[in-house]
Ligand binder design. Structure first.
Ligand code: ADP
Ligand code: MG
Length: 224
């Protein structure tokens, strides 16, 4: 069953001669439980697509539906709820809340979604990520790689219908990259987490079930 459906999706920034068409008639379907990688050169529209799927930006042409919700006709109140309950976004540079501990950061989306964090799941997750002994620390007391693992744990624990990751390993060393990829794979395999992962690293993309390639705001080739 499809969880993401895009048809003829278009997005243009600005107006007139200075305008930039970031998406130009993009068609894409992702099934529930899939782990999909999205590759493509810089400026091809990958981040724009993720922002639209995460209801941070709005498309101006075509159709986009995520988890049965039409994102083009959704009002701002509904969009805020959608962002809090349905999607999880992970960026290259994590946006942890500096005044909250690691533990508080990780459980925040679960609590905002009105759920209780499962203590067993939380322990297993942070142990797998090697941050179990840093739970009461502040983000500033952690290395960059550890901070990124906290950001991933935060998005994975809450098990959003769709996890969107924009070059999450872009600024990590090999060992932190491996930890992050292992975690995404575990979430996909064990909990059926649906993942759309943007990367420019072919080795990272190879961990996904399906690789989509973007050129000039469209998907061009697909290889499994
Ligand atoms: P990618 O993530 O693949 O590098 P982006 O989606 O970030 O690509 O960008 C696609 C195109 O849209 C680029 O030409 C970029 O300069 C342009 N763009 C992205 N965001 C904005 C914005 N907020 N305002 C104007 N142009 C933008
Ligand atoms: Mg980008």
């Amino acid at each position: 069953m499809a969880i993401v459906e895009c048809a003829g999706l278009g997005k243009t920034y600005g107006r007139g001669p200075a305008s930039v068409a970031a998406l130009r008639g993009l068609d894409m379907t992702i099934d529930r439980g899939e782990f999909v990688a999205l590759v493509g050169s810089s400026g091809s529209g990958k981040s724009t697509l993720l922002h639209i799927l995460g209801a941070i930006e709005r498309a101006d042409e075509g159709h986009v539906e995520v988890a049965g919700v039409d994102l083009r006709t959704m009002d701002p109140t509904r969009a805020a709820v959608f962002r809090r309950t349905t999607v999880g976004l992970v960026y290259q540079f994590n946006n942890l809340i500096p005044t909250l501990t690691v533990r508080q950061n990780i459980v925040l989306p679960v609590r905002l979604a009105g759920k209780r964090p499962d203590p067993g799941e939380l322990d297993r997750l942070v142990a797998a990520l090697g941050i179990g002994d840093r739970m009461e620390a502040l983000p500033s007391e952690l290395s960059g790689g550890q901070q990124q693992r906290v950001a991933i744990a935060r998005s994975v624990l809450y098990q959003p219908a769709l996890l969107l990751a924009d070059e999450p390993t872009g600024n990590l060393d090999r060992s932190s990259t491996a930890d992050v990829l292992d975690l995404l794979e575990t979430a996909h395999r064990d909990w059926g987490q649906t993942i759309l992962l943007v990367t420019h690293d072919d080795e990272v993309a190879a961990r996904a079930q399906r690789v989509l390639t973007m050129v000039d705001g469209r998907l061009v080739a697909e290889h499994r």
